[in-house]
Ligand binder design. Structure first.
Ligand code: DQA
Length: 145
């Protein structure tokens, strides 16, 4: 049976490529999805890319992953720093979790230094630009392979 990875992006990441390009770069979320698809397909993995600006929708997708995915790669955006509810949802998911941040949050404002998600994540990537998503996916492929 095909193993599936959910690629979940949180608030404001729909504006990737347009929003603060000096921090987040010029590539769009569609570029991210395409690059990840190009890695997942030959590895025989199913990939579902999703983005929402709404915390509840992200939680619903994490719940859906309980029965439909072996791994979640998530960039929770600003919810990283605020959402106990997303942490609780991830704690109810038994598969792999990788947390990705395009920017190096540790080099930025102090309020970005704490992540509620990192304590649940199997790995955390920050500051690798959109390549962070591909690096996380490579790790998922080698662990699920
Ligand atoms: C981000 C970092 C967060 O602090 C910020 O709120 C984002 C994007 C990143 O990818 O670097 O929206 O998660």
């Amino acid at each position: 049976m095909t193993k599936t990875v959910f690629l979940i992006n949180g608030p404001n990441l729909n504006l990737l490529g347009k929003r603060q390009p000096a921090i987040y770069g010029a590539d769009t979320l569609e570029d991210v999805a395409k690059r990840c698809e190009a890695l997942a397909k030959p590895a025989g993995l199913g990939l579902r890319s999703m983005q929402s600006n709404h915390e509840g929708q992200i939680i619903d997708w994490i719940h859906e992953a309980r029965d439909s995915a072996e791994a979640i790669i998530i960039n929770p955006g600003a919810f990283t720093h605020t959402s106990v509810a997303i942490l609780d949802a991830l704690n109810a998911f038994d598969g792999l979790v990788f947390e990705v941040h395009i920017s190096n949050v540790h080099k930025r404002e102090a309020f970005r230094h704490h992540s509620f998600v990192s304590g649940r994540a199997d790995g955390v990537l920050a500051g690798f630009g959109i390549e962070g998503y591909e690096l996380a996916l490579r790790r998922v492929i080698s662990l699920l392979g």
